[in-house]
Design a protein around this ligand. Structure first.
Ligand code: AMP
Length: 186
C-alpha cells in the first residue's frame, strides 16, 4: 500500500493514518511529527526548523525530502507507506514523484475534506488538549491560509494524475475510517 493522505490541518490525517497503519502494516510517515520530534530532541535540524513550526510556515522542501525519503524508500520495500502531511505543495509533489517513480510510486491519494468551521473548532479543541506551540488561534488561521495557497493545488495535481479520491471527513473518526477502508485499492 502506497498512499498519501491529503487534507487541511485538523482534517484527521494523523488519526486516520495511524488506524490504516495499524490495520495494514504500512508505515505511517507524518512529517509534522518527525519535525516536532527533532525540535524536542534539540537536534541541529530541530533548531533549524523550530521557527517555521512555531509560525506555521512550510519548512524548506529539501529538508523534507531528506527527512522523508529514506523512510519512504524503506517502507516501500516492506508493506508500504501512508504519507501524512507530505507532499504539501506542488513543488514537493513533483520532487517526490521524480525520486519515487521507480522504487516507490504513489498508488492512491485520499483528500480528507472537512468544512472550514469544523476544522477551526477541531484545531481549537486540540490546542486546549495538547501543548503544541503552533496551536494558538493566530497560527491556526495562518496554517489554514498556507494550506489554501500552497497545499490545496495538490487536489488538482493528483486528480489530473488519476490518483485522487475525495473523502467526506467531517464526520466522527470511526465513520470516516469505514469510508476510507471501503475506498482502499484492492
Ligand atoms: P502538521 O503536523 O502536519 O500539521 O505539520 C506541522 C508543521 O510542520 C507545519 O505547519 C510545517 O511548519 C511543518 N511541516 C510538516 N510537513 C511539512 C511539509 N511537507 N513541508 C513543509 N513543512 C512541513
Amino acid at each position: 500500500m502506497r498512499l498519501v493522505l491529503l487534507g487541511a490541518p485538523g482534517s484527521g490525517k494523523g488519526t486516520q493514518g495511524q488506524r490504516l497503519a495499524a490495520r495494514s502494516g504500512a508505515e505511517h510517515i507524518a512529517t509534522g511529527d518527525l519535525l516536532r520530534a527533532q525540535v524536542q530532541q534539540g537536534t541541529e535540524l530541530g533548531k533549524q526548523v523550530a521557527g517555521y513550526l512555531d509560525s506555521g510556515a512550510l519548512v524548506p522542501d529539501q529538508v523534507l525530502l531528506e527527512l522523508a525519503w529514506p523512510l519512504v524508500r524503506a517502507a516501500a520495500r516492506g508493506a508500504g507507506y501512508i504519507l501524512d502531511g507530505y507532499p504539501r505543495s506542488v513543488a514537493q509533489a513533483i520532487q517526490f514523484d521524480r525520486l519515487a517513480a521507480t522504487e516507490a510510486p504513489i498508488e492512491s491519494v485520499f483528500f480528507l475534506r472537512v468544512p472550514r468551521d469544523e476544522l477551526v473548532a477541531r484545531l481549537l479543541r486540540r490546542a486546549a488538549e495538547q501543548d503544541r506551540s503552533d496551536d494558538t488561534e493566530e497560527v491556526i488561521l495562518h496554517r489554514l491560509r498556507v494550506f489554501d495557497s500552497q497545499t490545496s493545488p495538490l487536489v488538482d495535481y493528483y486528480r489530473r494524475a488519476g490518483l485522487l479520491t475525495m473523502i467526506e471527513a467531517g464526520a466522527a473518526a470511526d465513520d470516516v475510517a469505514a469510508v476510507l477502508l471501503a475506498a482502499l485499492p484492492a
